[in-house]
Design a protein around this ligand. Structure first.
Ligand SMILES: Cc1cc2nc3c(=O)[nH]c(=O)nc-3n(C[C@H](O)[C@H](O)[C@H](O)COP(=O)(O)O)c2cc1C
Length: 191
């Protein structure tokens, strides 16, 4: 069934990247719901490489702060939560309970990295759509020091950071109009 107009507005037509935030908390239960939705969307061989840390406490935000690009500091410190979206490069060896490890990647690190990044990035996109479906606004960011974040949050693991995503209820005051998009023919074809 096609989603109704209101759902399309919330998910796409009126959804924007938010950079200012209302002082309204995002409950932990809502962040759990975001994950419970996004994890259902597809990944190759159900590999599920994404790993997420939600930095919500002041202490966690302070750990993130030194690794942010200057332009991303204020918006991130003001956001009720910031998802550190990472991926496990050895995801193939760590399937969810009840699923066999994925064969054929252990001795092919480049392929494993590509698969983890591809599917982990898809899952990051799913996270944005899940958050929007639950009424949250998102502010994705790649302006940060990945190596620094990896050392601070993922030391001793096989997890690498991909992008950050501020989450909360946005403040649209003074927000500029949406940037242009391509016409269908400029970015797609039907053959
Ligand atoms: C992976 C990714 C990285 C981004 N990095 C940043 C960033 O570091 N800082 C920032 O202010 N916006 C960042 N953005 C926001 C984009 O510029 C924004 O989503 C895009 O211009 C579309 O804006 P709209 O959603 O309002 O239409 C990023 C978006 C994505 C998806």
């Amino acid at each position: 069934m096609r989603l109704d107009e209101q759902a399309l507005r919330q998910m796409f037509l009126e959804a924007r990247t938010l950079r200012a935030w209302q002082p309204r908390e995002v409950p932990d239960a809502l962040l759990r719901e975001v994950v419970d939705l996004m994890k259902l969307a597809p990944t190759a061989s159900n590999g599920l490489p994404a790993r997420i840390v939600f930095a919500k406490s002041q202490e966690a935000k302070e750990r993130l702060k030194p690794h942010l690009s200057r332009g991303n500091v204020d918006k991130t410190m003001a956001a009720p939560a910031t998802a550190i979206v990472g991926y496990d490069v050895k995801f193939y060896a760590r399937p969810p309970a009840g699923q066999e490890p994925i064969k054929g990647l252990a001795d092919k690190p480049e392929q494993a990295q590509a698969a983890a990044f591809r599917n982990g990035s898809l899952q990051g996109g799913y996270l944005i759509m899940a958050a929007r479906a639950l009424g949250l606004d998102c502010g994705p960011m790649s302006g940060f020091d990945n190596a620094g974040v990896d050392k601070e949050f993922f030391a001793g693991t096989d997890i690498k950071s991909n992008f950050l995503c501020n989450l909360g209820y946005g403040d649209r005051t003074g927000m500029p109009p949406r940037g242009p998009r391509f016409a269908f023919d400029e970015m797609a074809s039907i053959i």
